[in-house]
Design a protein around this ligand. Structure first.
Ligand code: FAD
Ligand code: AMP
Length: 475
């Protein structure tokens, strides 16, 4: 087979493999390169998302949620679980690994079915759109492409004086693999990953201490939602320490001593395991040879324009390696847009309507502007909200904490932001994304028939409340 391709994609995460499949669907001869090997030593395309991110974290969140519900919620339904309930961590981890294997195997199969040629190895972009692949045995081969798509993803950020050792001080990968429930788990960073993985081990019995440098929780979220979240997490026994900057950590006799700087001065705490979850950075390590013409910006991301074009001709970059939210679905849509643009179509991704989800309990999801952003921009808006506690479905489920909050332009009524904390927020947000993408109004949501009894009625009522005419609450 010839080593010249229409499109070569480096990285098979949700950005890269989706770009490769779409390019192949459009009739382009496509190669996709990824170096990641699974636990069985075989190629494991799917990136951080399938291997050590979105999917394994959700698998553990669901297992730990069942465990927690058996202990704390079944009794209210009249279900008696006699005898002590225990968690077999090995079985939980094996279940997670099985799901990961099934999905990475599925990606391999999809690439094959779509006639994408897959290469397992490390790809490096050379000048003139040549790509050097080095496999695990150090064997090398070179491909050339009309177009190259860089989709090399991201890696965890490390902080000074806190060295990962894979056992006591870990990143997300290590926190998905604890063989036993740590008695005391320290988590640096109360962001999305810290809150999700902290929740897993808290539900399984760990004492979890979240150490957050900022003085507010979830600074990027609408602050009404963030405050509700803070109260809910506190009720669950999560110890969230704001304004707490971690300065260093050391493992001594099987314990981790963490040095903190707080408003009251310096302090140390001792934990059994420490998860560093202070964010991720674009992964461009050894990706580019000299003279490729691809620029990297000050934040270490591959510089791209609004169509994901880099500074070099016919070289594109997508996903976590470029600007914008580090979310799997954002990268996948960029992959599709770039493949379609290469094929002569009009690809586009609207970064303003990318939904965010945090899979804690309650779940948190949002799209568009927060109330504080609208205030800062001087935009006049109407706000409508509705608590799940006033929905029949939420009460029947026994899961009715949180609310829906919608923000609409005061003059045009156009939906500017939607913020949900509560059961199935991850699914409910889709309706708001569609409304915003279609430039819809709060009134559109208010006039659409929502099934009864459903959680989506909270979205409907919040839209009515934006016009002070909710039925099931005082306006
Ligand atoms: P990646 O998934 O990082 O994939 C890049 C791939 O490229 C990797 O497989 C890597 O091995 C390969 N690669 C890199 N360089 C080379 C090279 N030179 N040669 C060959 N191969 C290379 N996002 C969500 O949307 N929802 C979630 O619920 C969610 N949960 C998360 C939970 C955790 C714990 C973490 C860590 C992340 C989570 N994310 C979530 C973020 C999500 O995983 C990323 O946004 C997404 O994986 C980015 O996709 P990507 O394709 O850009 O990069
Ligand atoms: P996210 O960007 O969602 O992954 O969240 C990472 C969080 O880590 C942010 O809220 C940061 O404020 C926080 N953070 C970064 N560095 C430190 C540090 N040294 N100590 C405590 N928190 C930190």
């Amino acid at each position: 087979m010839s080593d010249h391709f229409d499109v070569i994609v480096i990285g098979a995460g949700p950005a890269g493999y989706v770009a490769a499949i779409r390019a192949a669907q459009l009739g382009l001869k496509t190669a996709c390169i990824d170096e990641r090997l699974g636990k069985d030593g075989k190629p494991a395309p799917g990136g951080a998302c399938l291997n050590v991110g979105c999917i394994p974290s959700k698998a553990l969140l669901d297992s730990s949620k069942h465990y927690h519900h058996v202990q704390h919620q079944y009794a209210a339904h009249g279900i008696n679980v006699s005898g002590p309930v225990s968690m077999d961590v090995d079985t939980m981890l094996a279940r997670k690994d099985k799901i990961v294997k099934q999905l990475t195997g599925g990606v391999k199969q999809l690439l094959k079915t779509n006639q994408v040629e897959f290469f397992c190895g490390r790809g490096k972009l050379l000048p003139e759109r040549q790509v050097l692949i080095t496999d695990a045995d150090n064997q090398q081969q070179q491909l050339s492409g009309e177009h190259i798509i860089l989709a090399s993803g991201s890696i965890p950020i490390a902080i000074p004086n806190v060295e990962y050792d894979g056992q006591y001080i870990v990143d997300n990968e290590g926190a998905l693999e604890f063989a036993q429930v740590p008695q005391r788990l320290g988590v640096i960073g109360a962001g999305v990953i810290g809150l999700e993985l902290g929740s897993v081990w808290k539900r399984l019995g760990s004492e979890v201490i979240l150490l957050e440098a900022l003085d507010e929780l979830l600074a990027a979220a609408d602050q009404d939602i963030a405050k509700t979240a803070g109260r809910e997490f506190k009720k669950q026994g999560m110890n969230i320490r704001l304004s707490t900057l971690v300065q260093g950590a050391q493992v001594i006799n099987g314990e981790v001593i963490v040095k903190l700087e707080t408003k009251d001065g310096e302090e140390s705490i001792t934990v059994d395991r420490l998860l560093v979850a202070v964010g991720r950075r674009a992964n461009t390590t050894d990706l580019l040879a000299d003279d490729t013409g691809v620029s990297i910006n000050q934040r270490g991301q591959i510089e791209v324009d609004e169509h994901c074009r880099t500074s070099a001709e016919n070289i594109w970059a997508i996903g976590d390696a470029v600007r914008g939210p580090m979310l799997a679905h954002k990268g996948s849509e960029e992959g599709i847009a770039v493949a379609e643009t290469i094929a002569g179509q009009a690809g586009h991704v609207n970064l303003e309507t990318v939904p965010w989800v945090i899979y804690t309990d309650p779940e948190i999801a949002w799209v568009g502007k927060t109330e504080q952003e609208l205030q800062q921009a001087g935009v006049a808006y109407n706000s409508g909200s509705f608590p799940f506690a006033a929905t029949g479905r939420g009460l029947a489920m026994g899961d009715a904490s949180g609310m829906v909050k919608l923000l609409a332009d005061a003059e045009t009524d156009r939906l500017l932001g939607a913020h949900i904390i509560g059961p199935n927020a991850s699914e409910l947000i889709a309706e708001c994304v569609v409304t915003m993408e279609f430039a819809g109004c709060a009134e559109d949501l208010a006039r659409i028939v929502h099934a009864h009894p459903t959680l989506s009625e909270a979205v409907h009522e919040a839209a009515l409340n934006a016009d002070k005419r909710a039925i099931h609450r005082a306006n």
